[in-house]
Design a protein around this ligand. Structure first.
Ligand SMILES: N[C@@H](CCC(=O)N[C@@H](CS)C(=O)NCC(=O)O)C(=O)O
Length: 204
């Protein structure tokens, strides 16, 4: 793990949606950064050096120009995007963006990211996957489908941090064996946001 003097250093694992949302935000805003790869699977979040950086033992973490450190993906993207058009000027739309950011962390990521991790990385057999985890994932996608049926973006009528946070794991739904064909508005929105972010389609 290198600690140099770049204005922004992102410590992240490239297989993690939480980390990729920080990368997507920095890239879109044109912020230069150093990326330090930290492998969760190799337990690099458990070393004494990393725990010194983030005692919670999780990525993403960023080190800012003044050497201060910030964890929690949504706190990081909010900080990076401060003053940009990724945060709506309208107070209501801004609150809607927060609504979806909080929902993402409580009801979406703990279902879809965990299901993806179990199925893709731990190769957990279907018989050992908790049905409640699948139900929670499907419920989250259905809520998104209903919201997106008549809208192009989650908060207001333009791309915001809510879309970036939510697309991070939704675009990997197929890794969790969730077929987005069942949620067509979500599928179309994923392509729209990948296009807005100028990133490759994740597949599925
Ligand atoms: N709520 C946190 C979740 C961070 C998180 O779960 N990070 C995972 C990778 S996606 C991690 O570092 N896991 C390592 C571990 O728990 O040992 C965020 O949004 O940043």
């Amino acid at each position: 793990m290198s600690l140099d003097n770049a204005a922004l250093t992102i410590f992240g694992d490239s297989i993690s949606g939480n980390c990729l949302k920080v990368k997507f935000t920095a890239d879109l805003l044109g912020l230069p950064y150093d990326w330090v790869e930290i492998s969760v699977l190799a337990k690099e979040t458990r070393t004494a050096e990393f725990l010194g950086l983030n005692p919670a033992g999780q990525v993403p973490v960023v080190r800012l120009a003044d050497s201060s450190v910030l964890a929690q993906s949504n706190a990081i993207i909010l900080h990076l995007a401060e003053g940009s058009n990724l945060i709506p000027a309208s107070a209501y739309d801004r609150a809607l963006m927060y609504q979806w950011l909080f929902w993402e962390q409580y009801s979406h990521e703990p279902a879809i990211a965990v299901l993806r991790f179990q199925r893709l990385y731990l190769q957990t057999p279907d018989s050992e996957i908790a049905p409640a985890l699948i139900e929670k994932s499907e419920k989250a996608l259905t809520l998104m489908q209903n919201h997106l049926a008549a809208r192009e973006y989650f908060a207001g009528d333009a791309l915001t941090l809510a879309d970036i946070a939510l697309v991070a794991y939704t675009r990997f739904a197929h890794d969790a064996k969730l077929d987005l064909a069942r949620w067509p508005a979500v599928k179309a929105w994923v392509r729209r946001i990948e296009n807005d972010l100028n990133i490759e389609h994740a597949g599925g």
